[in-house]
Design a protein around this ligand. Structure first.
Ligand code: FAD
Ligand code: DHB
Length: 389
């Protein structure tokens, strides 16, 4: 079998890249390890930057997000019972869009299917060969049969645990990592959101986030210990803890219900450099991870897709390699800025187990500065709505 671009991983990065390239007549094959139901069952991101919505429109999958996505003009930050608002639209001219990653993925699956695109689920033992030559290829096992796919380029969109990054020899890459000493316990419930905008809560008991998917679907998170397990947290223990971490009026008006999903995510900052090795390009979580505070993971995956799509388009349409040659440099310049923002916002909002009294006082001073200083709010808002591509 042959294609122009072999895409490993059928998460949002791989699907969006495939659909965008299809729009330019560039052929792709997407190889995904999991079933479609598994990919759609992973509850993850909920906040989209304008850049991602624009890419979805360009890919021909923008109708539903524009119709059903909820524009948010700002967000609330709280400390104890004190709350203040950061007005994204007033400060930057742009809102963000609340629309679940599951829905982005669902829209992309539908579009790929309608276009007759090749997307294989349940592929095992994927290996990349000859990425540092002009004739790369990918082999994989499907239904017990070993298969071989020749291609011009390989896009490694297979997430943090994928094989693409590890295909680059250790001597040719560098990794930068910070692991945080806590996780996020997330709950999805069919209840109305506690507030019309998201609430990022710093409390003496640790961080909490009140988010949503729609008028009757709420997403809440609380900072938890790394050794906690979701089954250790009953629904009522979760709701009690959430109430203790958010301002009193919200705690009192919170409507609770049975959780329909409960999971724990560890927090990590990670970047691998470079994001290209020969004809292999890393894209999204395969190349970098941010802690979720600030909602940057999916959005940063989208900015990689933007640079890679435009580089490949330039190559196929104009015979110009400049875009693919500069892919790693351009993508990393933006990646490091979102790494910085996610690290800063995580540091500002969480209780660290080894935090000294001094560090705690500095954290409170910084929250007060953000509350009262328009320049600080503008910098926060610019990062939150998304830095330009
Ligand atoms: P993935 O979604 O990880 O997709 C990679 C795909 O590759 C997967 O489907 C996987 O099955 C497949 N795969 C892996 N290995 C192989 C292999 N060997 N062969 C074939 N296929 C393989 N981001 C935000 O922007 N906003 C948020 O609000 C936000 N909230 C989050 C909340 C949580 C709890 C978590 C965990 C993450 C959150 N993120 C958020 C991050 C966001 O979900 C990720 O950045 C995003 O999924 C990255 O997309 P991707 O396609 O690059 O990787
Ligand atoms: C969500 C997750 C985030 O990490 C974030 O910063 C905002 C919202 C969410 O899942 O809704």
């Amino acid at each position: 079998m042959r294609t122009q671009v072999a895409i490993i991983g059928g998460g949002p990065s791989g699907l969006l890249l495939s659909q965008l390239l299809h729009g330019r007549g560039i052929d792709t094959v997407v190889l995904e390890r999991q079933s479609r139901a598994h990919v759609l069952g992973r509850i993850r991101a909920g906040v989209l930057e304008r850049g991602l919505v624009d890419l979805m429109i360009e890919a021909g999958v923008g109708d539903r997000v524009q119709r059903e996505g909820i524009p948010h003009d700002g967000t609330v930050i709280s400390h104890g019972d004190e709350m203040f608002r950061i007005d994204f639209t007033a400060l930057t001219g742009q809102p963000v869009t609340v629309y679940g990653q599951t829905e982005v993925t669902r829209d992309l699956y539908a579009a790929r299917e309608a276009a007759g695109g090749t997307l294989m689920h349940g592929v095992e033992s994927v290996e990349i060969q000859g990425a540092d030559t002009d004739t790369p290829s990918v082999s994989y096992t499907l239904d017990g049969q070993r298969q071989h796919l020749s291609c011009d380029f390989v896009a490694g969109c297979d997430g943090f645990h994928g094989i693409s990054r590890k295909t680059i020899p250790e001597t040719a890459r560098r990794e930068f990592e910070k692991v945080y000493p806590f996780g996020w316990l997330g709950v999805l419930s069919e209840t109305p959101p506690v507030h019309e905008e998201l609430i990022y809560a710093n409390s003496e008991r640790g961080f909490a986030l009140c988010s949503m998917r729609n008028a009757n679907l709420s997403r809440y998170y609380i900072q938890c210990r790394l050794d906690d397990r979701p089954e250790d947290w009953s629904d009522s223990a979760f709701w009690d803890e959430l109430r203790r971490r958010i301002p009193k009026p919200q705690a009192e008006s919170l409507i609770t219900g049975p959780s329909i999903e409960k999971s724990i995510a560890p927090l990590r900052s990670f970047v691998t450099e470079p994001m290209r090795w020969g004809r292999l390009f890393l894209c999204g979580d395969a190349a970098h991870i941010v802690p979720p505070t600030g909602a940057k993971g999916l959005n940063t995956a989208a900015s990689d897709v933007h640079y890679l799509y435009n580089g490949l388009r330039q190559f196929y349409e104009d015979g110009d390699s400049e875009g693919i040659n500069r892919y790693s440099e351009k993508a990393l310049a933006r990646v490091w800025k979102t790494e910085r923002f996610s690290w800063w916002f995580s540091k500002l909002m969480h209780r660290f187990p080894d935090q000294s009294e001094f560090e705690h006082k500095i954290q409170l001073a910084e929250i007060d500065f953000l509350r009262s200083n328009t320049a600080a709010q503008t910098a926060m808002a610019q990062n939150y709505v998304g830095l330009p591509y």
